[in-house]
Design a protein around this ligand. Sequence first.
Ligand code: CA
Length: 229
Amino acid sequence: MNPIPELLLIEDDPQIRRFLRVAIEPEFYRLREAVTAADGLAQAAARQPDLILLDLGLPDGDGLDLIAKVRQFSGAPILVISARGNERDRVAALDIGADDFIGKPFGTGELLARIRAALRRVARPAGLAGTIRFGLVEADLDARIVKVAGAEVHLTPIEFKLLQTLLRYSGRVVTQRQLLNEVWGPNQVEHAQYLRVYVAQLRRKLEENPARPRHLLTEPGVGYRMLIE
Ligand code: CA
């Protein structure tokens, strides 16, 4: 990563560009801007930004196509900013390789938190090992031991794999399809009910109040987001 993280904003709406500039620049990120898909793609290739903020509705092309093209040469986090409230678009953007989305209108605080989470993920070395703590939970991923308030809880192999996968993507939204693919395998991606059952089990074992989870959150219609801070 660059010493000063460089963000590329691809957005055609001048008001939103201005809003983002005002929000982002005081945080000492370097911000580059593109107003078309073509220029966005060219700058993403030439500058190799640390993170891309992308509007899905661009004058010369669809943001979804742009994500697929950028993913051919860059692993930089892509945070989609979109007025399209439509869940299908969000799921499509995430499945094609975006890391997260934020719906318009959004607040500065939330936007900056998402940017920090995405940049942290890149800064973290590949893979996940050691002990991760959140709430009352202490998960030793090497020894595969999970404790809640100091007492060991038994997780089934699938529960452990689901937890491990959610932790690897912590801070980001993960679609149901991604989770089913990674935990159960590519032949099981239609079985959303598996996920509901196992998420409920994990919440019962790990959350202080499973009915109002603070860590394993549902993103309605899209998937789940694990928060560990
Ligand atoms: Ca637009």
